[in-house]
Design a protein around this ligand. Structure first.
Ligand SMILES: NC(=O)c1ccc[n+]([C@@H]2O[C@H](COP(=O)([O-])OP(=O)(O)OC[C@H]3O[C@@H](n4cnc5c(N)ncnc54)[C@H](OP(=O)(O)O)[C@@H]3O)[C@@H](O)[C@H]2O)c1
Length: 212
């Protein structure tokens, strides 16, 4: 069983991944600025409040871990539409050297369908709306993905479609560009895929799109 560090563990996919990892018998270091508020106590859970943009916090987050899951998100507010977004790229710029310094090889990072080369598979009509709403965030995710791809880590980039909070666990992991498409997938299903990849890393160097 592994110690899995989850950066962005206080909500969404990160929180679901924390629960899935604990259920599977792993130890989890749950990192987020609001980690202290995670509503769960468990003997294999370390809640570690920390900022993904602090080099010291990131070094402490990855120390001694076998796997790092990066599942950061920004709130859907005016900043998403109008403000500069650099969380994903800046956090990744700190994370990669921190993992290398700590000797941690395995990284599973969450971006989203539409990031990087998966953007090309969005139809031109949908792409205009996507650009308008998610353009800023996803341009920063493009940089995040490029940094990860350019690293020497054993990485997998997970690109979920539209997320739901349902309990449905079914998903397809589409690894080849000709199969990439949008679809609905639950955070719980994404969490299961992430933990599967953490333990049996068959998608190293791949960028699967996850849809239900
Ligand atoms: N919504 C969709 O349909 C959809 C579709 C595809 C992909 N995605 C992507 O999937 C990812 C996860 O989304 P989600 O909605 O499941 O999660 P979320 O609720 O947005 O959670 C984001 C996590 O990031 C953490 N975080 C943000 N800034 C941080 C910082 N500076 N330092 C440390 N932690 C930080 C937050 O914790 P604190 O605030 O406590 O720090 C929180 O735990 C996002 O990147 C999103 O863009 C979303």
């Amino acid at each position: 069983m592994s110690l899995i560090t989850i950066i962005g563990a206080s909500s969404g996919i990160g929180l679901a991944t924390m629960q899935t990892a604990l259920d599977a018998g792993h130890s989890v270091r749950a990192v987020a600025r609001g980690a202290a508020n995670i509503p769960l106590q468990h003997e294999r859970l370390q809640k570690q409040p920390g900022d993904a943009l602090s080099a010291d916090d990131v070094a402490a987050a990855v120390a001694g871990a076998q796997v790092v899951v990066q599942s950061l998100g920004v709130p859907f507010d005016a900043r998403m539409l109008f403000g500069p977004i650099s969380l994903f790229s800046q956090a990744t710029q700190l994370l990669i050297p921190a993992m290398q310094a700590a000797g941690v090889q395995r990284l599973v990072a969450v971006t989203g369908y539409g990031a990087g080369d998966s953007r090309d598979s969005i139809s031109p009509l949908q792409r205009a709306g996507f650009e308008l709403v998610f353009g800023r965030a996803y341009r920063d995710k493009d940089t995040q993905e490029a940094l990860i791809r350019g690293s020497s880590l054993q990485w997998t980039i997970v690109r979920p479609g539209i997320l739901t909070n349902s309990r449905r666990l079914t998903y397809q992991a589409l690894t080849t560009p000709e199969r990439w498409r949008n679809g609905i997938v639950s955070r719980k299903a994404v969490a299961h895929y992430i933990i599967h990849q953490a333990v049996e890393p068959e998608a190293i160097g791949l960028t699967p799109v996850l849809v239900g």
